[in-house]
Design a protein around this ligand. Structure first.
Ligand SMILES: Nc1ncnc2c1ncn2[C@@H]1O[C@H](COP(=O)(O)OP(=O)(O)OP(=O)(O)O)[C@@H](O)[C@H]1O
Ligand SMILES: [Mg+2]
Length: 277
């Protein structure tokens, strides 16, 4: 079992770690991955992935392009299912429930495990309906509380002021950063327990990046985050645990401070020193 420590170095909220280390160490294991192997047809894309993740962690997934980060992330809420030739071996459990089981309720899984992609993907409906889409699909709330859910979700991501008078407008007129925040608000509206973020800030300007990073640190421990990033600085800033993927293998995984300052593997050392793409 791996220890999770909060890395407060480089933390923009220095002195105010999002979650106390002792809290994380005592928290329940929310995600367990055992001997996970994933492939497409005859090709093995990732193998030897093992992980115990405690509630309230912020995990960054780093590694060179093509190393398997997205494939791994998407397998946690079964987004690869429809890709032709996709197969898995091993186990992924969330709060003890086997994610890879054919019997799992996918709608329920994706309510608990939300996902945000590199490019914002608002639905072609109003800003308000975007926020309510999951709430309605899962019948999570009475109609009378919909206004409050819209407002709360948008306030959480800091968008309320900007959009309160245009809730019926299309989301596509919002800026790229605002669209990504809207998608985050839409994910939050169904109260997920885990959020998977695949390079969520790579298309954003520095101010929006900061807004998303601040938000992530405010939303733990209720939400546990797994964030793929090509920004080593971002991984250091936001995560308390780092997984380094290399050539389809989880080469090294541990507290962020350890992975960046004292890694075990030469490949990790090479990558975190910025000498590998
Ligand atoms: N549908 C597929 N069929 C065959 N191979 C695939 C498929 N999808 C992904 N792969 C391969 O799996 C490997 C891992 O891809 P993945 O997208 O997970 O990498 P990544 O680490 O997210 O890369 P990047 O940093 O560029 O986003 C790559 O070699 C990729 O070509
Ligand atoms: Mg990727």
């Amino acid at each position: 079992m791996q220890d999770l420590v909060v890395n407060t170095e480089d933390d923009p909220h220095k002195g105010q770690p999002a979650t106390e280390p002792s809290t994380i160490e005592l928290a329940e294991i929310i995600l367990n991955v055992q001997d996970l192997q994933i492939g497409f047809g005859s090709k093995v894309v990732i193998e030897e992935v093992n992980l115990d993740l405690r509630k309230g962690s912020i995990v960054s997934l780093i590694g060179p392009t093509g190393s398997g980060k997205t494939t791994f992330l998407r397998s946690i809420n079964r987004m690869n299912d429809k890709v032709s030739g996709f197969w898995t071996k091993g186990h992924i459990t969330i709060s003890g429930k086997e994610v890879l089981s054919p019997d799992i309720d996918l709608l329920e899984l994706r309510r608990n495990v939300g996902m945000l992609f590199q490019r914002a993907n608002p639905f072609p409906m109003s800003i308000r309906e975007n926020i309510l889409s999951g709430v309605k699909a899962h019948k999570l709330a009475k109609k009378s509380s919909h206004d409050d859910i819209v407002r709360d979700s948008l306030e959480k991501v800091g968008l309320w002021k900007a959009v309160e008078k245009r809730l019926s407008d299309s989301p596509f007129r919002l800026s790229g950063g605002q669209q990504q925040l809207l998608c985050l608000a839409r994910s939050l509206a169904v109260q997920p327990r885990v959020l998977l973020l695949d390079e969520p800030t790579s298309a954003l300007d520095p101010i929006s990046v900061e807004a998303v990073e601040n938000l992530i640190s405010k939303l733990v421990p209720e939400i546990t985050f797994i964030v793929v990033t090509h920004s080593l600085a971002q991984a250091k800033r936001i995560s308390n645990h780092t997984m380094f993927f290399y050539d389809g293998k989880l080469m090294e995984s541990g507290p962020t401070s350890k992975i960046f300052e004292d890694p075990e593997m030469p490949e990790t050392q090479y990558y975190v020193s910025g000498r590998m793409g």
